[in-house]
Design a protein. Structure first.
Length: 377
């Protein structure tokens, strides 16, 4: 019987997400035992009894014991110290973010761990299959509009100008952000604005041909009330918006960081954020004001003189944990099922099975193969 460990995430106080009992109920016919960390689900008000009722093969153990199992499933990637507890040739299913976490990739390879990155799982059209676009973009836009309502004069007046939202990036995160922005980020605020008769929202989505044109970009930034980073960069050591450009934003403007890429100083050149000089927020601190001490954590050499209110979170879907984990549980069930049943060597890109192919696309091997192809091109 294969063993699966489900540790909790302790990095932030407001990180409440654990897989729900219905996820384990769907796996109850598998020849597997599930080891959940003590207190699993408690932050969302779920008792041990609810999990035991869902699946009789559940046991509650310590955090370290969870990491010593054959397969470890945890939403956010473990710290290096937690990876050290894992067995050689064990499997880690998590949000591993290969393109922007080179040191993590190296650590997993050194430990001979079979990494399956949730954010890299793709269907045959290379679209993500474990993803919560609304939880990322919708939650972020909602918080950004709440902050704008505090800083923008006459926000609730029907006589004010239209609100202008500028989005960097035209992928799914950007598209969902545009939809949410068109409704002021929430049904409640949208309803209120309709009742007031206030003027609406104009959304600009910027392709690279505009972000590479500084003169045109400055014109747009001068009119922007909310600047959204929903970008995907080929080179995370390069900025899209340098700090000098931030001074062109309105004084009440809000910067919304949806990608939440971290600064990484243990690689050369260092990895930076798409917008120079902004900090990365967390579930505990998603709103950062210009004089906040968190700016002191930004690496030396990164310019941070020009500042606005920053709305940022390294786990946006975690704002609404139960909704998030219901969705992730549904998306991950067939993936985890296949990983329980098969050996790591069985996952290939040529398999006849849709989910086997999807799992392979989430591996380090597939990631590195495609990196080489890009380099050759």
């Amino acid at each position: 019987m294969i063993n699966l460990g489900f540790p909790r995430m302790h990095k932030e106080q407001n990180e409440k997400r654990d897989f729900l009992p219905d996820f384990f109920a769907r796996l109850k016919s598998e020849n597997a035992q599930f080891f959940l960390e003590e207190g699993y689900g408690s932050a969302m008000g779920i008792s041990h009894e609810e999990y035991l009722k869902a699946n009789k093969n559940i046991k509650f153990v310590s955090n370290i014991e969870c990491y010593k199992k054959d397969i470890i499933v945890v939403l956010r990637s473990p710290e290096f110290s937690e990876i050290d507890f894992m067995k050689d040739r064990s499997t880690l299913i998590s949000m591993l973010h290969y393109p922007t976490r080179s040191t993590r990739v190296q650590k997993l390879k050194e430990k001979n761990i079979f990494g399956v990155s949730m954010d890299s799982l793709r269907n045959d059209f290379l679209e993500r299959i474990v993803v919560n676009y609304n939880g990322t973009s919708g939650n972020g836009v909602e918080v950004a509009f709440k902050e704008l309502s505090k800083t923008m004069k006459n926000f609730y007046s029907k006589d004010r100008d239209t609100i202008k939202v500028t989005i960097i990036g035209m992928g799914m995160v950007g598209l969902y952000a545009a939809k949410a922005a068109g409704k002021y980020g929430s049904l409640e605020l949208n309803k209120k604005m309709n009742e007031i008769g206030a003027r609406g929202v104009i959304v600009n989505m910027l392709p690279r041909s505009i972000t590479n044109d500084e003169k045109e970009l400055i014109k747009i930034l001068k009119e922007t009330d909310i600047l959204v980073d929903a970008s995907t960069r080929d080179n995370p050591s390069n900025y899209i918006i340098n700090n000098d450009l931030i001074k062109y934003l309105k004084s009440h403007a809000v910067i919304l960081d949806l990608t939440a890429d971290p600064y990484l100083v243990d690689i050369n050149p260092i990895q930076v954020k798409a917008i120079e000089g902004i900090p990365t927020g967390t579930l505990d601190k998603p709103v950062i004001y210009p004089e906040d001490s968190i700016y002191n954590s930004i690496p030396e050499g990164v310019k941070k003189d020009n500042r606005r209110i920053v709305v940022s979170c390294n786990a946006w879907p975690g704002i609404k944990p139960k909704e998030c984990m219901y969705l992730y549980g549904m998306q991950l069930f067939p993936i985890v099922q296949q990983i329980i049943r098969l050996d790591r060597k069985d996952f290939t890109n040529t398999s006849d099975d849709y989910f086997i192919r999807a799992v392979y696309r989430g591996t380090i091997e597939y990631f590195e193969e495609n990196e080489k192809i890009v380099e050759i091109k």
